[in-house]
Design a protein around this ligand. Structure first.
Ligand code: BGC
Length: 247
């Protein structure tokens, strides 16, 4: 089977589509349901089940989730309800949705998609992809191999400023930053990562990737920097790819 349902759980919306995993493209329209409040394990599971039921689809489901996820268990909760911590949410969803589920960190999902089908496809060096939305997610890819569950959005920049709080898209919006002010912040953050990791390529993904014209030309990095080619669909496509083994 080459078609798998991918779901991306975000701070403001839960989005899904059936993905053609051979071509790395959405084969249905993408459906979005606002993230429920409170965003508890139960409520999110109900929303995911509702989203799944909107597709004429019976196979496994890949779910990108905004936290560290190891073997189905959630370990962190920067922008989600703290009751997720320690919960095997993959198992929880399996029961609620009644489908085989693969739960994966959302930035790792975006990384899987971008290295197979997007901006990282021809780069065999060290790639750092950051997803910028409600939070900042990260994935490091070395010679085509992913290092899962890196959390570079929680690095502290000099002056005790946590990168995610300083340069996320949510901060841009809540602090009413001009694009040029925000571009300076993201430049500072990426420069910090550049000096630590010396990557060959930065890929900027997440909701911000559709606004490339507002910031990309203002970056002054040594490292080649591009936006995610699959734009905000990278998370959905990668989540579907991660569930391939369940077929
Ligand atoms: C979380 C990451 C996640 C990122 C993007 C961060 O707050 O700690 O796990 O990938 O947000 O959603």
């Amino acid at each position: 089977m080459k078609e798998i349902l991918g779901i991306d759980v975000g701070g403001s919306g839960i989005k899904g589509a059936i993905v053609n995993c051979r071509e790395g493209k959405l084969s249905t329209e993408r459906i979005r349901i606002p993230t429920p409040t409170p965003p508890s394990p139960e409520n999110i599971a109900i929303t995911i089940a509702e989203l799944v039921s909107k597709f004429d689809y019976k196979g496994p489901v890949g779910v990108g989730f905004p936290a560290v996820v190891k073997n189905g268990t959630v370990y962190t909760a920067a922008n989600i309800d703290s009751s997720f911590i320690g919960l095997n949410y993959e198992l929880f969803l399996k029961k609620k949705v009644d489908r085989p589920i693969r739960l994966i960190n959302d930035a790792d999902a975006a990384g899987l998609a971008e290295i197979k089908f997007g901006a990282g496809k021809d780069n065999k060096g060290l790639i750092i992809l950051v997803t910028i939305g409600t939070g900042i997610g990260s994935v490091i890819v070395n010679k085509g191999k992913l290092i899962y569950n890196t959390e570079l959005g929680h690095i502290y920049l000099p002056g005790d400023r946590e990168a995610e709080k300083y340069a996320s898209d949510a901060t841009r919006k809540s602090s009413n930053l001009e694009w040029s002010e925000w571009a300076k912040r993201i430049n500072e953050y990426l420069m910090y990562l550049e000096n630590l990791f010396w990557p060959d390529l930065f890929i900027v993904g997440g909701g911000i990737s559709k606004h490339e014209d507002k910031f990309l030309s203002q970056l002054t990095l040594k490292t080649k920097t591009v936006t995610a080619q699959l734009l905000n669909n990278a998370g959905i496509i990668g989540a579907a790819l991660s569930a391939k083994k369940l077929i």
